[in-house]
Design a protein around this ligand. Structure first.
Ligand SMILES: *Cc1c(COP(=O)(O)O)cnc(C)c1O
Length: 387
């Protein structure tokens, strides 16, 4: 027999026993939802809570968003939707990754809506609804440029002629932007136009196109419902402007050891960082096994400007030194007065100037990946819970 267990139900990790301290601000999350709702004009503002609410925890994030007024949630998987349903009994929940064969009864059991992305899926849902004798709700996804999920635009334009559409309620027609964060990219306009063309053939069906960045596009492609994810969790939806969102996630690491490294010594695996003079190195109790990307490793010489990770010590940025290990990260604190730091102190890994976008950039990735990899070994503290 095999059993499966969810990390989220495991015993919580205490502050004293953890190497990393993760802070999640639920009041900021709710405030970000309201900011997005105000930016979305009259459109309904849903919340994308896939990947454990971008690493922040479905069981905590969803009630906070529901309390702020959010009524519609999107996840990627059926398993995630079941977790959302457990904490949001009255919510509308869509599963983005489509309908796997034979899973329709599970959707009905939990009151979930599949996002149908092919004629096969539409046929399967329609047949299920006919057998059940009820027009259960689903969304239809039209692919306007990603070439990943959904009907093609030309298939979308023939939708209204399909008999199966009578068998279920099409509660939402949706598509997804390729690069809405690039405001000047002409693909945005092409996608908006293609989406409008399909929508015009299906009057009366609510439509949704915008993710976080899409909400802020000049064209205001809000339609009837917007689907922000990243911006809810503090990511900047407008990278060429100041971030209108509040930070939601903070991460601190504990200093395990402090040492002086002599000139010409190296630090870390594979000796990829060289001390050009005497340097003071702090070893932190976080590593790539905590989801902190190894690609943030600092390979070079002390004092060099490297595109690599940083930490904040009393608000001052200090660079990584050497490769990120599985459970440890070494940083160069030579510029911090010796008495200002000691064993057991915490330093900031995410927070202040080290936003999730900046941490992502320094690791050669995007803030989305930083959030969704947030480790399972951290002591998690939720702040700003209402009621
Ligand atoms: C993930 C996702 C979103 C949310 O995108 P963000 O950029 O995080 O706001 C919206 N729609 C779909 C289809 C998605 O897959």
């Amino acid at each position: 027999m095999t059993t499966t267990e969810q990390t989220s139900t495991a015993t919580p990790i205490s502050q004293e026993s953890a190497g990393g301290l993760l802070h999640i601000d639920l009041a900021a999350l709710a405030s970000n939802w309201r900011t997005l709702r105000n930016a979305a004009g009259g459109a309904e503002t849903a919340a994308v809570v896939k990947a454990d609410a971008y690493g922040t925890g479905i069981e905590q994030a969803v009630p906070a968003l529901a309390q702020a007024g959010c009524r519609t949630f999107f996840v990627a998987h059926l398993s995630e939707a079941v977790r959302v349903r457990a904490v949001a009994p009255g919510a509308t929940i869509y599963v983005l990754n489509g309908l796997f064969p034979g899973t329709s009864p599970a959707y009905l059991r939990h009151g979930l809506r599949p996002v149908l992305g092919s004629f096969e899926e539409i046929e399967e849902w329609a047949a299920f609804c006919r057998a059940e004798g009820w027009r259960h709700a689903a969304a239809i996804h039209v692919d306007t440029g990603m070439n990943r999920l959904g009907l093609t635009v030309s298939q979308g334009l023939t939708l209204r002629d399909r008999a199966e559409l009578k068998d279920f309620e099409t509660a939402l027609l949706m598509s997804h932007f390729v690069s809405a964060e690039e405001t000047g990219n002409p693909i945005n306009l092409r996608q908006i136009e293609a989406f409008k063309a399909v929508r015009e053939t299906l009057p009366g069906i609510p439509a949704s196109l915008a993710n976080s960045s899409g909400i802020f596009l000049e064209e205001k492609p809000h339609f009837d419902l917007v689907r922000p994810g990243y911006a809810l969790y503090g990511g900047n939806p407008v990278p060429d402007r100041e971030n209108p969102m509040r930070p939601v996630v903070g991460l601190e690491a504990r200093i395990v050891q402090l040492r002086w490294v002599e000139e010409d010594e190296t630090v870390g695996y594979n000796a990829r960082w060289l001390a050009l003079g005497r340097r003071r190195i702090a070893t932190l109790s976080i590593g790539y096994a905590d989801g902190y990307p190894r690609s943030a490793s600092a390979r070079g010489k002390s004092g060099e400007e490297l595109l690599a990770g940083q930490v904040l010590v009393a608000g001052r940025p200090c660079p990584f030194a050497g490769n990120v290990s599985m459970d440890l990260i070494t940083v160069d604190l030579t510029d911090i007065p010796e008495n200002d730091v000691k064993r057991g102190d915490t330093v900031t890994m995410i927070g202040g100037s080290l936003t999730i976008d900046e941490v992502g950039r320094r690791a050669g990735t995007i803030g989305y990946e930083i959030l969704t990899n947030l480790g399972r070994r951290y002591a998690r503290t939720y702040h700003g819970r209402q009621g």
